[in-house]
Design a protein around this ligand. Structure first.
Ligand SMILES: Cc1cc2nc3c(=O)[nH]c(=O)nc-3n(C[C@H](O)[C@H](O)[C@H](O)COP(=O)(O)O)c2cc1C
Length: 191
């Protein structure tokens, strides 16, 4: 069951735009982040939750989608995310990036999958513009944007080819394929 959830928690970039995410859902997901492990238990991560149409549109303008899909400009208006969790690091608690971000982000991602949601981590965003737009206080840095919605696309995991190309691709039916290294390629030693 857990493996199914991990497999299900893929990156989705097209959503049912008419299906909304409630603030309660976003709050629950942020709680999974809050409950996640943190180095020295410092807990520097905080969250901005966005689900209004107006703010969704504005956040969308500041994030970059699917760098490998050169001829795709991102989801069309009716297939855009229903909400976002903006992950912040409180610099007054911890100034440096730690592993906390990734751990909390995956808790949120798995929780979203369990709710039937899907999303995409977005590390490529216009930091200063987004900070201004969301009126983020000086002591915070935006570390990650998590786009969320009800997925409207199929994502298939593939064994990576002999050439080792890591680029994901879309086929003629717009199914999204993601190459993953095989287990025997990532286990270096069994001692
Ligand atoms: C830290 C991080 C940053 C990412 N940034 C972006 C991004 O800016 N835009 C995007 O479309 N996808 C982004 N992704 C999604 C990756 O492209 C995706 O995880 C990868 O293609 C593998 O697909 P999968 O998540 O379905 O396994 C990011 C993922 C991670 C973990």
């Amino acid at each position: 069951m857990f493996k199914d959830l991990v497999k299900q928690a893929r990156s989705y970039r097209r959503f049912y735009g008419d299906k909304e995410i409630t603030m309660e859902q976003l709050r629950e997901l942020a709680d999974y982040g809050r409950l996640s492990p943190s180095g020295a238990n410092r807990q520097p991560l905080k969250y901005i939750l966005v689900n209004s149409r107006e703010k969704n549109d504005k956040v969308f303008e500041n994030v970059a989608w699917a760098g490998y899909l050169k001829d795709w400009e991102g989801p069309i208006p009716s297939e855009r995310p229903a909400g976002y969790i903006i992950m912040l690091r409180d610099n007054s608690i911890n100034k440096v990036t730690t592993m906390d971000e990734g751990i909390a982000a995956q808790s949120i991602f798995l929780g979203a999958a369990e709710m039937g949601l899907g999303g995409c981590f977005i590390g490529s965003f216009k930091k200063e513009q987004l900070k201004n737009l969301l009126e983020v206080d000086e002591e915070y840095d935006i570390t990650l944007v998590i786009a969320l919605g009800y997925p409207k696309e199929e994502v298939v995991l593939e064994d990576i080819t002999a050439e080792g190309d890591v680029k994901y691709w879309r086929d003629e039916s717009q199914v999204h394929h993601v190459p993953k290294r095989r287990l025997d390629q990532v286990i270096v030693k069994e001692l």
